[in-house]
Design a protein around this ligand. Structure first.
Ligand code: HMG
Ligand code: MG
Length: 299
C-alpha cells in the first residue's frame, strides 16, 4: 500500500499529557490549551477523563474544563471513560464521543483499572449499549501492545484478541497503545499488520509513547500499511500514572513536521502548534521535551 495523502491526528495532550504531570494545571488553563489546539487546526482533541479522582487526581477537573472551553464546529472532543459512571458524567457534560480503555496485559489491567482484561471488556458492554442509545461514539484503546511495565512481554495474540473484541463491541476505532514506549519499528509494524488481519486498517489508530525515542520511527514504519489516524500530545508531555518511567506521547509538532515533510496533510498549522507547545511548557512549569520546541526556542 502507498502512503496516505492525509492523516488525522488525535491530540491527546490535555488528557494523556497532563494526567501524569506533577503540576496540577487549573481547568481554565486546560480549557485555553484546548481552544488554542483547535485554533491551530487540530481536528480531534481528547479533552479529559471521567475516571476516579482517587486514581488520577489530575483529571478531576474535567467537567470544569468542558464547561470553560469553546467547542469549535467540526472539531471532535472525546473524553476517557472507564465505566457507566464515567459515561453518564461525560454525557451530562455534553460529550458526544468517549473512549474506553482496555489492556493487552493482565498485570497492567489490574494496576490501571483494578480488574482483569475480561472483566474490563464485560464492564464496557453496558457502556457501549448506553452510548449507542445516546448517540455517543466510542473509541477503544488497547494498552501495552508492545510491552508491559509489570509483566514484560505481551503476547501478540492478546493484542489481536482485545482489539478484535473492542471492534466487535462497536468501537468505531481501536487505538493501539505502546504505553511504555518500548517498541521498535519492526515490532510495531508486525503488531499493526497482525491486528489489521482482524480489524480493518482504516479503523486502527496508533498511539506511541516516546520513552525510548522510537515513536516517530515506529510511526514511519507503519504509515504505508494504510494507517491514517495517529495519536500525539503537544509538547510530548506526560506519560501514564500506572506505567512508571513511561514518558510522554510522540510530540504532535514533531509528528506534524515529519508528516508535512513527507507530503502528508494534517490540516494543522505547524507554527501555531509550536506556540501551543510553548504554552504547555509554561502551564507545567518546565520546558517541553519536543524537538521542535527546542529548535524554535534556540532560534
Ligand atoms: P475501583 O476502585 O475498582 O472502582 O476503580 P469502584 O467502582 O470500587 O469505585 C471506587 C471509587 O471511585 C468510588 O468512590 C466510585 O464512586 C468512584 P468512593 O465510593 O470510594 O468515594 N468511581 C468514579 N469516580 C469518578 N468517575 C468514575 C468513577 N468510577 C468509580 N468513572 C476505576 C475502578 C476504573 C474507577 C479506577 O481504577 C479508575 O478510575 N482508573 C482510571 C485509571 C486511569 O485513568 N489511567 C490512565 C488512563 S489509561 C492510559 O493512560 C493509557 C492510554 O493512554 C493508552 C496507552 O498509552 O496505552 C489510554
Ligand atoms: Mg497513552
Amino acid at each position: 500500500m502507498s502512503l496516505p495523502a492525509r492523516v488525522t491526528i488525535v491530540e491527546v495532550g490535555p488528557r494523556d499529557g497532563l494526567q501524569n504531570e506533577k503540576a496540577v494545571v487549573p481547568p481554565a488553563v486546560k480549557a485555553e490549551l484546548i481552544d488554542r489546539l483547535a485554533a491551530a487546526g487540530c481536528p480531534v482533541i481528547e479533552a479529559g477523563a471521567f475516571v476516579s479522582p482517587k486514581w488520577v487526581p489530575q483529571m478531576a477537573g474535567t467537567p470544569e474544563v468542558l464547561a470553560a472551553m469553546h467547542r469549535k464546529p467540526g472539531v471532535r472532543y472525546p473524553v476517557l471513560v472507564p465505566n457507566l459512571k464515567g459515561l453518564d458524567a461525560a454525557i451530562a457534560s455534553g460529550c458526544d464521543e468517549v473512549a474506553v480503555f482496555a489492556s493487552a496485559s493482565e498485570a497492567f489491567s489490574e494496576k490501571n483499572i483494578n480488574c482483569s482484561i475480561n472483566e474490563s471488556l464485560e464492564r464496557f458492554a453496558p457502556v457501549m449499549e448506553r452510548a449507542a442509545e445516546e448517540g455517543v461514539r466510542v473509541r477503544g484503546y488497547v494498552s501495552c501492545v508492545l510491552g508491559c511495565p509489570y509483566q514484560g512481554a505481551v503476547p501478540l495474540e492478546a493484542v489481536v484478541a482485545v482489539s478484535e473484541r473492542l471492534h466487535a463491541m462497536g468501537c468505531f476505532e481501536v487505538s493501539l497503545g505502546d504505553t511504555i514506549g518500548r517498541g521498535t519499528p519492526a515490532a510495531a509494524r508486525r503488531m499493526t499488520e497482525r491486528v489489521a488481519e482482524r480489524v480493518p486498517i482504516e479503523r486502527i489508530a496508533l498511539h506511541f509513547h516516546d520513552t525510548y525515542g522510537q515513536a516517530l520511527a515506529n510511526i514511519h514504519a507503519c504509515l504505508d500499511l494504510g494507517v491514517a489516524v495517529l495519536d500525539a500530545a503537544v509538547g510530548g508531555v506526560g506519560g501514564c500514572p500506572y506505567a512508571e518511567g513511561a514518558t510522554g506521547n510522540v510530540a504532535t509538532e514533531d509528528l506534524v513536521y515529519m508528516l508535512h515533510g513527507m507530503g502528508i496533510e494534517t490540516g494543522i498549522d505547524l507554527d501555531a502548534l509550536v506556540g501551543v507547545a510553548r504554552f504547555v511548557g509554561e502551564a507545567i512549569g518546565r520546558p517541553v521535551p519536543s524537538h521542535l520546541a527546542a529548535v524554535t526556542a534556540a532560534a
